[in-house]
Write a protein that binds this ligand. Sequence first.
Ligand code: SF4
Length: 395
Amino acid sequence: MEKLGLYLSIPFCRSKCTYCNFASGVFPAAHHERYVARLEEDLRAIRTRARAWGAVLPNAVDSIYVGGGTPSLLAPALIRRLFTALRREFAVMPTAEITMECAPGQMDSAVLETLAECGVNRISFGVQSFVDSEARHTGRLHTRAVALEDIRRVQKAGVSQVSVDLIAGLPGQTLESWYESLRVLAETGVDHASIYMLEVDDESRLGRELLASGARYYAQEVPGDDLIAEMYSEAIGYLAGHGLAQYEISNFARPDCESLHNLKYWRRQPYLGVGLDAHSMLRARSGAALRFGTTDDLDAYLGSAGWTEPGRMSREQELEEAWFLGLRLNEGVSLAMLRGQFSASVVRACLATVAQLEDEGLLRFADGDRVTLTARGRLLSNEVFQRFLAEPAAA
Ligand code: SF4
């Protein structure tokens, strides 16, 4: 049976970044205990819930991702409670990849010791920029020196894998300052990096300010789309030259350091998300994919509301998803695998779209079996994915 990936959402932050529209926020520490108690309750009830939904819930877990939010803000005793609850309900494999997201400057020594003690072997730092003014303008509280010191502390504490996130397109960023962030990242020797192109959500503070032409969050200094695209393209070559090869649209790793947990999302392997605004994909006994999630309203979640009823995906939806998630990966989509999962006639029906996108320079064939995005296709990936949404129903 396939192994399970577990995601735990911890929606607490010390300050709200200007570009962020996640279901996260600054809440009093008193909420933390109630929230962890609620997670424990959900974990205890999950098998009964899965049975009632006809979902197959694997017992063996090979990846855990604690994200948010800033989970490292939880007190050590609460972190211990979470891992105890996880291990009580699931068989966490000794080799499991266990990641926790941390914000630089927001992980005290007791928390770091507790993470190592609980088996966390991967830390993902939301650095976003190693240029102090850029970090400050988006509401981040750290400086480059603090971020570098935290990376060193984690490496010294024996956490074997470290990932750093950067954002291309922050207010005030130039190609030169972007190269500075990339240079510092490469010098840290971390084995994984995530590079996101800034997408300003209208509901974030930055987005509202852009619409209103305000100046408080430096919205008028957001670089243009062409410059952001150039920063992203430059990062691919630069990181490859420093041993971090791209394996997904936004992700780069040294050999064998890809994020096992995130690969599950793109490969459509089962995962369970617990906590606020968490998403899950499990299989029904028939093999069909079941998707469900939880509320993004913290008060409702703490008040025991929570799970949406699972939606069973149609074969057509599963096929669409196999394309647009698989194409995110550099390994691309294997036609042989698609034929196995769907049927030869269904794959044949997709080939006209593939050929058209190949003519437009957005897709290419590799090894006669795999379809992958080209460099241009990666920049226009949403357009490519859109073209797979109207494929004929799977037989
Ligand atoms: S730390 Fe992350 S989740 Fe929290 S506000 Fe900033 S971007 Fe959003």
